[in-house]
Ligand binder design. Structure first.
Ligand code: GLP
Length: 272
């Protein structure tokens, strides 16, 4: 039904909320709706600081409102090369700690690329195959790097890429090094779904908050479609929802337009 109304929306549905908290609660509501409508939904998940609050809200919805994950399958975007799932900075560990062990999901249905695989190319191909075998991703959750990356797809990577091995940029290493203690301690490579893989998801939901994301947000939504800002590839998606806070939306030329559209949606277009 939503697809029928896309004529009246911008390329991306841009939702600006007063703060990250409100944005994450809205994001959780969208994912919960997908799971309620399709109990065996396939969710694409993300790591980073941005979705933490959203995961807390999903846990609350599970505990207090019976949101059922027992038939849900998940695929995470990315993983560092060389880190086993037991390493406290691996993305597998992040997901176990921040979501999976708090909900009734079958751990065998949760997938994170294996950064310790002896044949990384085979692992990438296998990951694509597992996504296809699961019937594709119903909704892909995304964060946005300060340099515009999505997953670990750094600037200038192919917009048609499939799950692959990426060398992390210095900017990304600096941004993520805090939790590793030092830049030297950080893996310099990662496995990530490609941009083509992400665009194949039936729906994309990207969250970006705070002043550090202003430039990336501006380019992603209003800049040219260009490999230099991997997030801008979402302009090609027919159903991409972007949730921002006032800080990350501060550079948008059409911010008032997005607010206007949000305010004047038909009742049936609203996220409930
Ligand atoms: C990391 C992850 C991305 C994440 C991004 C932003 O490098 N690979 O998936 O979206 O950086 O992280 P944060 O949410 O902490 O700002």
């Amino acid at each position: 039904m939503f697809a029928l109304v896309s004529f009246s929306l911008p390329a991306m549905e841009v939702l600006i909320r007063e703060n990250p908290d409100a944005g994450c609660i809205l994001g959780a509501k969208i994912i919960a709706r997908v799971v309620r409508d399709k109990p065996d939904a396939v969710l694409g998940l993300a790591t980073g600081r941005t979705p933490l609050r959203l995961y807390q809200e999903l846990i609350r919805l599970h505990r207090e409102e019976g949101l059922d994950f027992s038939r849900v399958t998940t695929f995470n975007l990315d993983e560092y090369v060389g880190l086993p799932g037991t390493h406290d900075q691996s993305y597998r560990y992040f997901m176990d700690e921040n979501l999976f062990r708090h909900i009734n999901i079958d751990r065998n249905r949760t997938h994170v690329p294996d950064g310790t695989a002896s044949d990384l190319h085979a692992e990438c191909r296998g990951y694509e195959q597992r996504i296809a075998d699961a019937g594709g991703i119903d909704i892909q959750l995304l964060g946005l790097g300060r340099n515009g990356h999505i997953g670990f797809n750094e600037p200038t990577g192919s917009l048609r890429s499939r799950t692959w091995i990426k060398i992390l940029s210095e900017q990304t290493l600096r941004d993520n090094s805090e939790v590793f203690g030092s830049l030297e301690a950080m893996p310099k490579h990662a496995l990530t779904m490609g941009i083509g893989t992400i665009l194949d998801a039936r729906r994309c939901l990207l969250l970006a908050f705070g002043p550090a994301k202003v430039r990336a947000v501006e380019h992603m939504i209003e800049g040219p479609l260009a490999a230099i800002c991997p997030g801008s590839a979402l302009q090609l998606h027919s159903r991409a929802t972007i949730i921002l806070d006032e800080n990350s939306a501060a550079g948008l030329r059409y911010a008032d337009h997005y607010r206007w559209i949000d305010k004047h949606k038909f009742e049936w277009q609203r996220i409930k």
